[in-house]
Design a protein around this ligand. Structure first.
Ligand code: FAD
Length: 385
């Protein structure tokens, strides 16, 4: 069996993997990133909406090579099709081509010094004396043992690296939002606005999205958490009413119950979807993954330099990412749990209320009058306002 040695091994070669390896390599340590697929970035499992903050974290300018549309805001539709429009803030951003973006990020990481193995499947962690100290991988039928001081698991929602390291991940499929999405051609949408549709019939405990990619192309998808039907059934139902042609279908899961409790152990860190670092309200995981993976790469590199890969040292990763985004994710979990209690009538009433208010100058009296008529919404609104 071939044996290799690196300071850091990163399992998974998409956003989490490329970002962690990029920032570890920038810190001048030997890094290997391993991706089981033959091409980095493909297949896409994403609606491809990103915030500008993502690029600030990466210290990069978004490239015209992958920017498909610039987004000013979002139209949100209640079950009875009232439209609420948000502009600016987190509703502002880009729709990108992730096949190009993900590969560009891997290229940047390689340029910074990361070695990359593609079509290489990590089968097992090497664990000795309760400490992770490498991986066993298969490449074209051959087994390779790769020893390292730190392994970073960036292996996505179906992660089994974290589980092997003894970290508790998701067991309950209800904590995963099932998604199906077409890239459609010939769709008539506003190229500067994302669209979100809510309702039991359209996407139970989830939403339908339309993310424009310019020139009459858009990602149209459905994410659901509870239903007797699959996400693709709801998607096909919606898409059958459009005169548009699919050029791509993506199916995937998003962890929406908030981050896992512990994201480190001796010789091991876990990032991105594998760690549940996704906004549970929006299902957006690009920016959160990139923020956390950057920290993971930097902390792992520091642990190599200090020759301390103990869980006590690596805990710094969790402390830092929690400081950066932990509070927002916790709040999002709370809002998501509240939103889960709303039925279509509640959402329609809420949309009607918001539609008729100046949100900047909303008064307690108007809220009280409203919840007086809709007691089901009392808790939600008092928490929100
Ligand atoms: C339908 C859908 C739409 C979404 N839309 C958006 C959006 O618009 N905006 C947004 O911000 N977020 C969105 N997300 C979430 C976002 O895509 C993810 O949060 C993000 O891609 C997570 O990146 P990651 O690197 O952690 O995991 P992944 O992208 O899942 O990458 C994991 C990588 O690890 C590799 N791998 C797994 N196991 C092994 C192994 N044993 N050996 C080697 N390699 C392995 C996989 O092949 C994969 O390449 C969406 C998700 C879905 C499913």
């Amino acid at each position: 069996m071939r044996t290799l040695k690196y300071d850091i091994v990163v399992v998974g070669g998409r956003l989490g993997g490329s970002t962690a390896s990029l920032f570890a390599s920038k810190s001048d340590v030997d890094v290997l990133m391993i991706e089981k697929r033959q091409e980095i970035g493909s297949p896409v499992q994403c609606a491809e909406g990103v915030t500008y903050g993502t690029f600030e974290t990466l210290e990069m300018k978004p490239s015209e090579r992958y920017v498909r549309s610039r987004i000013k805001g979002a139209h949100i539709y209640s079950p009875d099709r009232r439209r609420i429009t948000y502009e600016g803030g987190i509703a502002e951003g880009l729709v990108i081509d992730r096949k190009i973006f993900d590969k560009d990020l891997a290229i940047e990481s390689a340029r910074a010094g990361t070695d990359i193995m593609i079509k290489t499947n990590v089968k097992d962690l090497i664990i000795e004396n309760h400490k992770v100290c490498g991986v066993v991988a298969k490449h074209l039928g051959k087994t390779i043992e790769i020893r390292s001081d730190v392994v970073i698991g960036a292996d996505g929602v179906e992660s089994n690296m974290a589980r092997q390291a003894g970290i508790e991940t998701y067991k309950n499929p209800k904590k995963i939002c099932s998604c199906a999405q077409y890239e459609l051609v010939g769709i008539d949408v506003d190229p500067e606005y994302l669209e979100f549709y809510f309702g039991e019939k359209i996407a139970p405990q989830g939403y339908l999205w339309i993310f424009p990619k310019g020139d009459g192309v858009a990602n149209v998808g459905v994410g659901i958490r509870s239903s007797i039907h699959t996400a693709i059934t709801y998607l096909n139902r919606y898409v059958s009413k459009l005169d548009a042609t699919p050029v791509e279908l993506n199916i995937g899961g998003v962890p929406v119950s908030g981050p896992i409790k512990q994201t480190y152990t001796d010789g091991f860190l876990v990032v991105g979807d594998a760690a549940g670092q996704v906004d549970p309200i929006t299902g957006g995981g690009i920016h959160t993954t990139i923020s956390c993976a950057r920290i993971a790469g930097e902390v792992a590199a520091e642990s190599v330099k200090r020759e301390d890969n103990s869980s006590e040292f690596l805990r710094d990763y969790q402390d830092k990412w929690r400081k950066e985004i932990g509070e927002n994710l916790d709040k999002s979990v709370m809002y998501r749990n509240m939103a889960d209690k709303l039925n279509d009538d509640d959402m329609n009433a809420l949309a009607e209320f918001i539609e008729t208010q100046d949100l900047e100058a909303i008064s307690k009296i108007s809220v009280l009058k409203f919840v007086g008529k809709h007691p089901n919404l009392m808790k939600v609104l008092t928490e929100l306002l």
